[in-house]
Design a protein around this ligand. Structure first.
Ligand code: PAF
Length: 274
């Protein structure tokens, strides 16, 4: 497995790669959710590149950029064991130039829900993903559905900028108790972990109501808020269609239910598609 920190070296390594290339972008602190993306990339491609880069442009002032979990040694072990060909671990200085050309998220879809709570976050995500896709030129790139809005915006960017990569959405991986895996889960104390379970529980409440025939958004949202407000500080509970537009009623096959909130100081998100 090649560990590459330099952009020119990555370009050379990429140029010498034959066959299909799968790409898994990450910010490190790899967990079984990331591993499932890597394993899928391995299955579907002849070569796999993983990037580990805590991208500063997607963190807002006061967010956890400085303390974002770093587990370089363990991450490399996971990648090696999974059969990754190249791990790209650039320095932040290398990835950005002063006063560089930029890309911004769409003014509506990029600035609601996560984008409203974290204005500019998706500009940073799209900026780095575009750079990484240009550097790795993958056939397929793998993204988790947990970051549903990020995934939708990356799919749009690939379409709008005529990129050749196929974006592969991958299912959310959960702990046995239902908690969606996230690198930020390491911040949670035992008690906070119990409180965090209300996120997935609220989504299960919603799906159960929908299975029983409920279609009214307000009724479902109210039930979710009842559950969540006992345990976490809610940031938003949203029920939208898969284009992130408001809907009046649940549309089976075209609805996404999203939750975000603070468990102690840790902000977590989760969602389910129905
Ligand atoms: O989902 C993430 O881990 C990050 O947003 C990504 C896609 C690696 C870009 O920094």
């Amino acid at each position: 497995m090649l560990i590459i920190k330099d952009i020119d070296e990555l370009k050379r390594a990429r140029a010498s790669m034959e066959g299909s290339v799968g790409f898994v972008p990450t910010m490190g602190a790899l967990h079984p959710g990331h591993l499932s993306l890597i394993q899928r990339a391995k299955k579907e491609n002849e070569r796999v590149i993983v990037s580990i880069f805590v991208n500063p442009t997607q963190f807002l002032e006061g967010e956890d950029l400085e303390k974002y979990p770093k587990k370089e040694e363990a991450d490399l072990k996971i990648c090696k064991h999974a059969g990754v060909d190249v791990v790209f671990m650039p320095d932040a200085m290398m990835m950005y130039a002063k006063d560089e050309m930029s890309i911004i998220a769409p003014q509506v879809r990029g600035y609601l829900l996560e984008g409203e709570k974290r204005p500019g976050h998706f500009d940073g995500v799209l900026r780095v993903v575009l750079k990484l896709l240009n550097l790795t030129r993958p056939w397929k790139a793998y993204f988790g559905k947990k970051d549903a809005q990020q995934l939708a915006l990356i799919q749009s960017m690939v379409q709008d900028y005529f990129l050749d990569t196929v974006i592969v959405p991958c299912d959310i991986v959960r702990d046995s108790d239902g908690l969606a895996l996230s690198s930020r889960n390491v911040y949670l104390s035992g008690e906070e972990k119990t409180q965090a379970l209300s996120l997935s529980r609220s989504l299960r409440i919603a799906t159960k109501m929908i299975s029983s025939g409920e279609r009214n958004i307000k009724t479902i949202r109210d039930a979710m808020i009842d559950e969540l407000s006992q345990y976490i500080k809610i940031d938003y509970v949203a029920i939208v269609d898969r284009k992130f537009q408001n809907i009046e009623q649940i549309i089976i096959g075209d609805t996404i239910i999203l939750v975000a909130g603070f468990v102690g100081a840790t902000r977590l998100i989760d969602n389910i598609q129905v």
